[in-house]
Write a protein that binds this ligand. Structure first.
Ligand code: HEM
Length: 413
């Protein structure tokens, strides 16, 4: 194994092109890598990442305040602590479990079928841009109770907000653009909140409007921040996971055939996708006191980035970690979407993803609809795979060819 080059930076083009090619070296030689270009520490070992995400006294989410609050327009779940965090998290969980979740799954089926019909008839689709992105935005709007006819402008504002949170280096011009998106999103949401306060329904915004914390209703500012929080947190990882699942299955035709024959294997395929290529690659924390990690002192006040992609391929935890294997015994599919997950794609500790069960239901439902319909599915001729993103990462596009489906579900030709 070659050495971590002096002056290596996660902002380099070589890292951006293939972070997975660097993770083994980082884990071995620089498990606590200080990156002067960003002025932050990057952790790559599973045990260190788990320690930082579960030691809530030594490592807090304060760093998210600077990163998220300006565009979220108020305090977000990830930066809250104690009773406030528990209470507000519960409101969101309630809107995504039990009957509410079953209702969402029904909506997933209806909307996916509508969006897929013309694509299936064509025998060709870009799973990222024709389907995954519009689908994930629609489903998040549906969960919140926002009108899907506003999908395009909400998606445009959302991408400005997401860019602000996930950029490691933002030019003043991009910063202005992101802030402008956040202001427009807030202006769009305010009248929605007013209407839901007057006439609540069953959606998540209505539940936020009718909820109380310590005997007091949530303020408009709190509600809007939580709406943008869910919008930003839910959309991107879901569409990226769906595309990555299909990419890995197509690249492993034996496993694709097994999942098509036995859809009960789908949860394992999704869990392995999340381990192998987690869509959220970085989770930041702030060190509250000088802390020694793997022999390096991380000073109080420093920002620490947990490298989820590197931790998920730690050979100390996963055998043959660079191999995609839906049958791997060390993953534990049943717990992969719970607080006991061995992979760290949903984070861990108090701030572990609140939407894990919803994401699983959404991706599983769509994948189960797509797999039997994508007969002879393959990458389109001439396609060259490319991923982007340091913070969240996924395919730029995924053009697929397959046997076209006639109306009524029979195969053409
Ligand atoms: C495959 C899909 C998803 C992945 C990989 C993912 C990943 C993550 C990760 C890594 C965190 C932890 C952040 C931290 O510790 O600072 C997180 C938190 C969060 N996620 Fe997800 N997420 C996904 C889907 C969703 C969905 C569908 C929703 C909502 C419907 C959602 C809502 C949230 C929220 C609100 C938080 C903050 C929780 C808190 O701070 O208590 N996520 N997610």
């Amino acid at each position: 194994m070659s050495l971590v080059r002096p002056g290596f930076s996660v902002l380099s083009d070589e890292f951006d092109a293939d972070p997975y090619g660097h993770f083994a070296r980082l884990r071995e030689q620089a498990p606590v890598h200080y990156d002067p270009a960003i002025g932050s520490y990057f952790l790559s070992r599973h045990r260190d990442v788990r320690q930082v995400l579960t030691d809530h006294r030594a490592f807090t989410t304060k760093t998210l305040q600077a990163r998220a609050e300006p565009v979220m327009r108020g305090p977000v779940l990830a930066q809250m602590t104690g009773a406030e965090h528990t209470a507000k998290r519960k409101i969101i969980v309630r809107a995504m479990t039990g009957e509410a979740l079953r209702e969402q799954v029904r909506a997933v089926r209806v909307h996916a079928a509508e969006l897929l019909a013309p694509l299936l008839a064509r025998g060709r689709m870009d799973l990222v841009n024709d389907f995954g992105k519009p689908f994930a935005v629609h489903m998040t709007l549906n969960l919140l109770g926002l009108d899907s006819k506003d999908r395009q402008r909400v998606a445009a504002w959302h991408s400005g907000v997401a860019e602000f949170i996930t950029s490691l280096a933002l030019t003043p011009e991009r910063r202005r653009h992101c802030m402008d998106c956040a202001r427009q999103l807030e202006a769009y949401l305010l009248p929605v909140v007013e209407r839901r306060r007057r006439a609540p329904g069953t959606d998540l915004i209505s539940q936020l409007c009718t909820a109380e914390f310590e005997g007091t209703a949530l303020s408009d500012r709190d509600i809007i921040a939580l709406i943008i929080n869910v919008l930003a947190a839910a959309t991107e990882p879901a569409d990226k996971t769906l595309a990555l699942l299909f990419k890995h299955l197509i690249d492993h035709p034996g496993q694709l055939a097994q999942v098509r024959r036995d859809p009960a294997l789908l949860p394992a395929a999704i869990a392995e996708t999340l381990r192998y290529t987690p869509p959220v690659q970085l989770v930041p924390r702030q060190a509250e006191k000088d802390t020694v990690i793997a022999g390096t002192t991380v000073p109080a006040g420093a920002t620490v980035f947990c490298m989820i992609g590197a931790a998920n391929r730690d050979p100390g935890v996963f055998a043959d970690p660079d191999t995609f294997d839906i049958h791997r015994p060390d993953l534990g599919t049943a717990r992969s979407f719970t607080a006991a997950a061995q992979h760290l794609a949903f984070g861990t500790g108090l701030h572990q993803c609140v939407g894990a069960a919803f994401a699983r239901a959404e991706i599983e439902t769509v994948a189960a609809m797509l797999l039997p319909r994508l007969d002879r599915v393959r990458h389109s001729p001439g396609f060259r795979y490319r991923e982007t993103g340091l913070y969240t990462r996924g395919p730029v596009s995924l053009p697929l060819d397959f046997t076209p489906l006639r109306a009524g579900g029979t195969r053409a030709g």
